[in-house]
Design a protein around this ligand. Structure first.
Ligand code: AMP
Length: 299
């Protein structure tokens, strides 16, 4: 039974202080699927335009990602461009063109409607809700969002948040959503909005998991050379949820180990543009970095 993701497939243009790249394959669902597929079969639901390259479809298929729910619509693929400051922590969105994503009406293939695991990657909350409506009894649903949706669609977002088990947010988003400055209090306030688990992404400062029975903080894996942080959050979510789906358990120990796996897949992601460094790994390489991270964090 597969792990289902709904989100964007995109062509991103990225500027860093070292290098700029145009039309890199990206998108929230692409990053998630590229990380999660090391752990569990993944089905992807999304939309691309007729400009989406055949080689990118083939690449995703060759990685075992099920694309039965991928729609090809007339028009252009979603495009996003952003610039990173020298410290990597500040990202400025330069442009977002929804293109075919603007009219996206997600249709989950019948075979996937009984998926146990569902990730609602960054997308308009209305789209996330429509996807959620079509999955009958998921065991675990997780949602990602961004400042844009908290700004322009907060009520819809609050509505869909009440229906999911977990949410991933960065520090800016959790503060915007709750009005709390202190991150622990802010995460606690999110638990009051519906989800049973809150994951806070703090970029190079790591990640934090809060629930009624778990409170776990982890540094990022120390990467010697960051090339492009785009997709770190989605590939974290992919590693996290891929592992939970593989174990098919919500035991606190599994959730903690999933945090380590998410940290590992995110660390591979930032070592290259797009998915180029995350792609082409083996499970052994991922496990080796997992063991290294275990050593780093243990006393
Ligand atoms: P992350 O760095 O984990 O936040 O994810 C970056 C990816 O999210 C990029 O590949 C973008 O194409 C995609 N993205 C950016 N803005 C949006 C948006 N408004 N809705 C959905 N996906 C987006």
């Amino acid at each position: 039974m597969s792990l289902l993701v709904i989100g964007t497939l995109a062509y991103d243009s990225i500027e860093t202080v070292h290098e700029s790249r145009r039309d890199v394959l990206g998108g929230s669902a692409t990053y998630f699927a590229s990380a999660a597929r090391y752990f569990h079969p993944v089905s992807l639901v999304g939309v691309v335009g007729d400009d989406f390259k055949r080689e990118h479809i083939d690449m995703l298929k060759n990685r075992g990602i099920d694309l039965a729910g991928l729609e090809v619509a007339a028009g252009k693929t979603f495009r996003w461009s952003g610039r990173y400051a020298a410290d990597w922590n500040t990202r400025t969105t330069l442009d977002t063109q929804l293109n075919v994503f603007e009219r996206f009406d997600p249709k989950i293939p019948v075979a996937q409607r009984n998926s146990r695991y569902l990730f609602l990657a960054n997308a308009a909350p209305g789209i996330q809700a429509k996807a959620l409506d079509q999955v009958s009894h998921p065991a675990f649903t997780m949602l990602d969002t961004m400042n844009l949706w908290i700004d322009i669609a907060k009520d819809e977002l609050l509505h869909v948040l009440r229906r999911v088990d977990a949410v991933v947010l960065n520090d800016e988003e959790v503060r915007m959503l709750t009005g709390e400055r202190n991150l622990l209090r802010a995460a606690g306030a999110v638990l009051g909005l519906g989800p049973r688990y809150v994951i806070l992404k703090k970029g190079e400062h790591g990640a934090f998991l809060l629930s009624s029975n778990a409170h776990f903080s982890l540094p990022a894996y120390p990467v010697e050379e960051v090339v492009d942080p785009t997709g770190a959050g989605d590939s974290f979510a992919g590693g996290f949820m891929g592992y939970v789906a593989e174990q098919n358990s919500f035991d606190p120990k599994v959730m903690r180990r999933a945090m380590l796996y998410g940290t590992v897949t995110a660390s591979f992601c930032v070592e290259g543009f797009g998915v180029e460094a995350l792609d082409g790994r083996s499970r052994e390489e991922i496990d080796r970095r997992f063991d290294e991270l275990m050593t780093i964090v243990s006393v």
